[in-house]
Design a protein around this ligand. Structure first.
Ligand SMILES: Nc1ncnc2c1ncn2[C@@H]1O[C@H](COP(=O)(O)OP(=O)(O)OP(=O)(O)O)[C@@H](O)[C@H]1O
Ligand SMILES: [Mg+2]
Length: 220
Protein backbone atom coordinates (compact mmCIF):
# COMPACT_ATOMS: atom_id res chain seq x y z
CA UNK A 1 0.00 0.00 0.00
CA UNK A 2 1.50 3.33 -1.01
CA UNK A 3 0.95 6.78 0.50
CA UNK A 4 -0.20 9.83 -1.42
CA UNK A 5 0.38 13.53 -0.70
CA UNK A 6 -2.98 13.55 1.08
CA UNK A 7 -1.72 10.82 3.41
CA UNK A 8 1.47 12.78 4.07
CA UNK A 9 -0.58 15.90 4.84
CA UNK A 10 -2.66 13.86 7.29
CA UNK A 11 0.61 12.76 8.97
CA UNK A 12 1.69 16.39 9.38
CA UNK A 13 -1.70 17.32 10.84
CA UNK A 14 -1.61 14.36 13.21
CA UNK A 15 1.86 15.45 14.37
CA UNK A 16 0.52 18.94 15.06
CA UNK A 17 -2.28 17.50 17.19
CA UNK A 18 0.15 15.24 19.04
CA UNK A 19 2.55 18.12 19.72
CA UNK A 20 -0.31 20.30 20.96
CA UNK A 21 -1.43 17.50 23.29
CA UNK A 22 2.11 16.95 24.63
CA UNK A 23 3.26 20.59 24.57
CA UNK A 24 3.45 21.02 28.33
CA UNK A 25 5.19 17.67 28.83
CA UNK A 26 7.82 18.58 26.20
CA UNK A 27 8.36 21.93 27.87
CA UNK A 28 8.71 20.27 31.29
CA UNK A 29 11.35 17.92 29.88
CA UNK A 30 13.18 20.94 28.46
CA UNK A 31 12.86 22.78 31.79
CA UNK A 32 14.92 20.03 33.43
CA UNK A 33 17.89 20.17 31.04
CA UNK A 34 17.33 23.18 28.78
CA UNK A 35 15.39 26.43 28.72
CA UNK A 36 11.77 25.23 28.98
CA UNK A 37 10.71 26.11 25.46
CA UNK A 38 10.70 22.91 23.39
CA UNK A 39 6.95 22.34 23.69
CA UNK A 40 6.07 25.93 22.87
CA UNK A 41 8.64 26.02 20.02
CA UNK A 42 7.24 22.90 18.37
CA UNK A 43 3.63 23.85 19.02
CA UNK A 44 4.12 27.25 17.38
CA UNK A 45 5.88 25.65 14.42
CA UNK A 46 3.35 22.91 13.78
CA UNK A 47 0.40 25.29 14.11
CA UNK A 48 2.08 27.42 11.43
CA UNK A 49 2.57 24.31 9.28
CA UNK A 50 -1.13 23.42 9.48
CA UNK A 51 -2.12 27.03 8.72
CA UNK A 52 0.18 26.90 5.68
CA UNK A 53 -1.30 23.59 4.52
CA UNK A 54 -4.80 25.02 4.94
CA UNK A 55 -3.84 28.01 2.78
CA UNK A 56 -1.97 26.05 0.10
CA UNK A 57 -3.84 24.23 -2.67
CA UNK A 58 -3.46 20.47 -2.09
CA UNK A 59 -1.22 19.16 -4.85
CA UNK A 60 -0.09 15.61 -5.43
CA UNK A 61 3.68 16.21 -5.16
CA UNK A 62 4.85 14.72 -1.85
CA UNK A 63 8.21 16.49 -2.14
CA UNK A 64 6.53 19.89 -2.51
CA UNK A 65 4.38 19.22 0.54
CA UNK A 66 7.33 18.14 2.70
CA UNK A 67 9.22 21.23 1.51
CA UNK A 68 6.38 23.45 2.73
CA UNK A 69 6.52 21.73 6.12
CA UNK A 70 10.30 22.11 6.38
CA UNK A 71 10.42 25.75 5.27
CA UNK A 72 7.64 26.66 7.69
CA UNK A 73 9.40 24.96 10.61
CA UNK A 74 12.70 26.70 9.82
CA UNK A 75 11.01 30.10 9.73
CA UNK A 76 8.75 29.71 12.78
CA UNK A 77 10.29 27.37 15.37
CA UNK A 78 13.58 29.11 16.11
CA UNK A 79 15.94 27.65 18.71
CA UNK A 80 18.07 24.65 17.91
CA UNK A 81 15.17 22.42 16.97
CA UNK A 82 13.66 24.62 14.21
CA UNK A 83 16.53 24.34 11.75
CA UNK A 84 17.06 20.69 12.75
CA UNK A 85 13.44 19.62 12.21
CA UNK A 86 13.37 21.83 9.13
CA UNK A 87 16.36 19.95 7.77
CA UNK A 88 14.68 16.57 8.39
CA UNK A 89 11.68 17.62 6.30
CA UNK A 90 13.67 19.48 3.63
CA UNK A 91 15.93 16.46 3.05
CA UNK A 92 12.89 14.18 2.89
CA UNK A 93 11.43 16.68 0.40
CA UNK A 94 14.48 16.42 -1.85
CA UNK A 95 14.35 12.62 -1.65
CA UNK A 96 10.68 12.59 -2.69
CA UNK A 97 10.58 15.50 -5.18
CA UNK A 98 8.00 14.92 -7.91
CA UNK A 99 6.67 11.71 -6.33
CA UNK A 100 2.90 11.31 -5.93
CA UNK A 101 3.12 7.89 -4.25
CA UNK A 102 5.58 6.46 -1.72
CA UNK A 103 6.04 2.79 -0.93
CA UNK A 104 8.27 1.23 1.74
CA UNK A 105 11.44 1.70 -0.31
CA UNK A 106 10.51 5.33 -0.99
CA UNK A 107 9.93 6.01 2.70
CA UNK A 108 13.16 4.23 3.69
CA UNK A 109 15.12 6.48 1.33
CA UNK A 110 13.30 9.59 2.56
CA UNK A 111 13.87 8.75 6.23
CA UNK A 112 17.55 7.98 5.65
CA UNK A 113 17.93 11.33 3.86
CA UNK A 114 16.21 13.19 6.70
CA UNK A 115 18.34 11.57 9.37
CA UNK A 116 21.56 12.13 7.40
CA UNK A 117 20.57 15.77 7.04
CA UNK A 118 19.97 16.37 10.72
CA UNK A 119 23.29 14.73 11.56
CA UNK A 120 25.15 16.77 8.95
CA UNK A 121 23.58 19.95 10.29
CA UNK A 122 23.75 19.35 14.04
CA UNK A 123 26.83 17.10 14.19
CA UNK A 124 25.20 14.90 16.83
CA UNK A 125 25.89 11.17 16.86
CA UNK A 126 24.11 8.35 18.68
CA UNK A 127 24.54 8.74 22.42
CA UNK A 128 24.76 12.56 22.47
CA UNK A 129 21.25 12.76 24.02
CA UNK A 130 19.43 14.47 21.15
CA UNK A 131 16.64 13.81 18.66
CA UNK A 132 19.22 11.75 16.75
CA UNK A 133 18.86 9.05 19.44
CA UNK A 134 15.22 8.54 18.37
CA UNK A 135 15.57 9.21 14.63
CA UNK A 136 18.60 7.04 13.81
CA UNK A 137 17.14 3.83 15.31
CA UNK A 138 13.76 4.64 13.73
CA UNK A 139 15.20 5.00 10.22
CA UNK A 140 17.38 1.91 10.69
CA UNK A 141 14.43 -0.16 11.92
CA UNK A 142 12.31 1.06 9.02
CA UNK A 143 14.93 0.08 6.45
CA UNK A 144 15.60 -3.27 8.13
CA UNK A 145 11.87 -4.07 8.13
CA UNK A 146 11.42 -3.16 4.45
CA UNK A 147 14.50 -5.14 3.44
CA UNK A 148 13.13 -8.13 5.37
CA UNK A 149 9.93 -8.04 3.32
CA UNK A 150 7.68 -6.10 5.70
CA UNK A 151 4.94 -3.82 4.38
CA UNK A 152 5.37 -0.05 4.78
CA UNK A 153 2.78 -0.13 7.56
CA UNK A 154 4.73 -2.78 9.43
CA UNK A 155 7.94 -0.82 8.86
CA UNK A 156 6.40 2.33 10.35
CA UNK A 157 5.31 0.30 13.34
CA UNK A 158 8.86 -1.11 13.78
CA UNK A 159 10.26 2.42 13.45
CA UNK A 160 7.96 3.72 16.18
CA UNK A 161 8.96 0.90 18.53
CA UNK A 162 12.66 1.66 17.87
CA UNK A 163 12.14 5.41 18.36
CA UNK A 164 10.43 4.80 21.68
CA UNK A 165 13.35 2.64 22.85
CA UNK A 166 15.71 5.37 21.62
CA UNK A 167 13.91 7.97 23.73
CA UNK A 168 14.13 5.81 26.83
CA UNK A 169 17.85 5.30 26.16
CA UNK A 170 18.42 9.08 26.38
CA UNK A 171 17.53 9.11 30.10
CA UNK A 172 20.91 8.01 31.51
CA UNK A 173 22.93 9.77 28.81
CA UNK A 174 25.09 12.82 29.46
CA UNK A 175 24.28 15.46 26.83
CA UNK A 176 27.06 16.34 24.44
CA UNK A 177 25.13 18.64 22.08
CA UNK A 178 22.79 21.59 22.48
CA UNK A 179 21.85 23.51 25.59
CA UNK A 180 21.64 20.38 27.77
CA UNK A 181 25.38 19.81 27.25
CA UNK A 182 26.08 22.92 29.39
CA UNK A 183 24.86 20.86 32.36
CA UNK A 184 27.44 18.14 31.84
CA UNK A 185 26.89 15.17 34.17
CA UNK A 186 23.79 16.85 35.64
CA UNK A 187 21.96 16.24 32.36
CA UNK A 188 21.93 12.49 33.16
CA UNK A 189 18.68 11.11 34.57
CA UNK A 190 16.41 13.17 32.31
CA UNK A 191 14.66 12.23 29.05
CA UNK A 192 15.65 14.37 26.07
CA UNK A 193 12.82 16.63 24.85
CA UNK A 194 13.86 16.63 21.17
CA UNK A 195 14.09 12.83 21.10
CA UNK A 196 10.63 12.74 22.66
CA UNK A 197 9.06 14.97 19.99
CA UNK A 198 10.85 12.95 17.30
CA UNK A 199 9.28 9.79 18.68
CA UNK A 200 5.88 11.48 18.41
CA UNK A 201 6.58 12.20 14.72
CA UNK A 202 7.38 8.55 14.01
CA UNK A 203 4.45 7.36 16.15
CA UNK A 204 2.14 9.52 14.00
CA UNK A 205 3.72 7.93 10.91
CA UNK A 206 2.82 4.51 12.31
CA UNK A 207 -0.76 5.67 12.77
CA UNK A 208 -1.20 7.51 9.48
CA UNK A 209 1.19 6.08 6.86
CA UNK A 210 1.91 2.80 5.15
CA UNK A 211 -1.73 2.49 4.18
CA UNK A 212 -2.94 2.59 7.81
CA UNK A 213 -5.78 4.92 6.97
CA UNK A 214 -7.07 2.45 4.42
CA UNK A 215 -6.48 -0.82 6.27
CA UNK A 216 -7.18 0.38 9.82
CA UNK A 217 -5.17 -1.56 12.40
CA UNK A 218 -1.57 -1.26 13.53
CA UNK A 219 -1.21 1.14 16.42
CA UNK A 220 1.77 1.77 18.63
N1 LIG B 1 23.23 19.48 17.60
C1 LIG B 1 22.05 18.88 17.74
N2 LIG B 1 21.70 17.83 16.95
C2 LIG B 1 20.49 17.22 17.10
N3 LIG B 1 19.57 17.61 17.98
C3 LIG B 1 19.87 18.65 18.79
C4 LIG B 1 21.11 19.33 18.72
N4 LIG B 1 21.08 20.34 19.65
C5 LIG B 1 19.90 20.25 20.27
N5 LIG B 1 19.15 19.25 19.73
C6 LIG B 1 17.80 18.86 20.12
O1 LIG B 1 17.03 20.03 20.32
C7 LIG B 1 16.27 19.86 21.50
C8 LIG B 1 15.99 21.21 22.13
O2 LIG B 1 15.16 21.94 21.28
P1 LIG B 1 14.58 23.37 21.69
O3 LIG B 1 13.41 23.62 20.83
O4 LIG B 1 14.36 23.42 23.16
O5 LIG B 1 15.74 24.35 21.27
P2 LIG B 1 16.79 25.07 22.26
O6 LIG B 1 17.85 24.07 22.59
O7 LIG B 1 16.07 25.69 23.38
O8 LIG B 1 17.40 26.15 21.30
P3 LIG B 1 18.15 27.51 21.72
O9 LIG B 1 19.16 27.12 22.74
O10 LIG B 1 18.73 27.97 20.43
O11 LIG B 1 17.04 28.38 22.28
C9 LIG B 1 17.11 18.95 22.37
O12 LIG B 1 16.30 18.22 23.27
C10 LIG B 1 17.80 18.03 21.37
O13 LIG B 1 17.04 16.86 21.12
MG1 LIG C 1 14.85 24.68 24.66
Amino acid sequence: MTDSAADVARWARAFQAEIAEHRDRLTELDAAIGDADHGTNMDRGMRAVVAKLDATPAGDDIGALLKTVGMTLVSTVGGASGPLYGTVFLRMATATAGRSELDGDGWAAALDAGVEGVQARGKAVLGDKTMVDALVPAAAAFRHAVESGATAGEAWHAAAVAARAGVKATVPMVARKGRASYLGERSAGHQDPGATSSYLLVHCGAEQLGGQAHSGAVRT
